[in-house]
Design a protein around this ligand. Structure first.
Ligand code: ADP
Ligand code: MG
Ligand code: MG
Length: 212
């Protein structure tokens, strides 16, 4: 049966760090158009620091994801650091503990933890879906995950990734209402949101590493 153990969380974070690094120029170019051209550098700095944690031993997935969240908060100066950091901190806090005899983290429990992470980003950033932010990739992804999870973890991650990518693309015609891009008002229309783009990479990493 599928479970989120520490090895799986490790693989997810390592894969996300690699995808961010491979897409650093894309993320920067998108942020150049509607922000301050640092989203690639911000995410790469943060995820390199997270990847550097992975030489340590962690008791369980929650301990690793909590440390990853703290690391993102402390190493990324931009808006995205505290927001991604909050996502991982709240996700970690929502995971059922891995004590012997406990059911562990099944695919439904992981979906609920992802939802807690999302709710943390909403609470911290005060944005909502449609504001042209990372939420526009995450929200449809979590809905798709919940709809598909009855068919198993692999189906859930595959559906979530497709929905995240569609949500990322759907940011292009939106007017930005939160973050730096909101300073542009209507001039933000026609540009893909950088944070929605990195969030779609996070789901792609989940599908590649956890969706098995
Ligand atoms: P900064 O804007 O401080 O330079 P980044 O460039 O690293 O930070 O991140 C920008 C991204 O952060 C945006 O593309 C958007 O997706 C996301 N973002 C900004 N503000 C918010 C918010 N209040 N809620 C959710 N996401 C946000
Ligand atoms: Mg920026
Ligand atoms: Mg910045």
């Amino acid at each position: 049966a599928w479970t989120l153990d520490v090895a799986a969380a490790h693989a997810w974070l390592a894969d996300f760090a690699a995808r961010v690094h491979a897409n650093v120029d894309l993320l920067t170019d998108l942020d150049r158009q509607i922000g301050d051209a640092d989203h690639g550098a911000n995410m790469d700095r943060g995820m390199r620091a997270v990847a550097a944690l992975l030489v340590q031993d962690f008791a369980d997935a929650a301990a690793l994801l909590k440390k990853a969240g703290m690391t993102l908060v402390s190493t990324v100066g931009g808006a995205s650091g505290p927001l991604y950091g909050t996502f991982f901190l709240r996700l970690a806090a929502a995971l059922p503990d891995g004590a012997p005899g406990s059911p562990g983290v099944d695919a439904r429990a992981f979906g609920a933890a992802l939802r807690a992470g999302y709710d943390g980003v909403v609470a911290r950033g005060k944005a909502q879906e449609g504001d042209k932010t990372m939420l526009d990739a995450l929200a449809p992804a979590l809905r798709a995950y919940d709809e598909a999870v009855g068919r198993g973890a692999a189906a859930a991650f595959e559906a979530a990734t497709a929905a995240a990518n569609a949500g990322r693309d759907a940011t292009i015609p939106l007017v930005a209402r939160k973050g730096r891009a909101s300073y542009l008002g209507e001039r933000s229309v026609g540009h893909q949101d950088p944070g929605a783009t990195s969030a779609a990479l996070l789901l792609e990493s989940a599908a590649a590493t956890l969706g098995r």
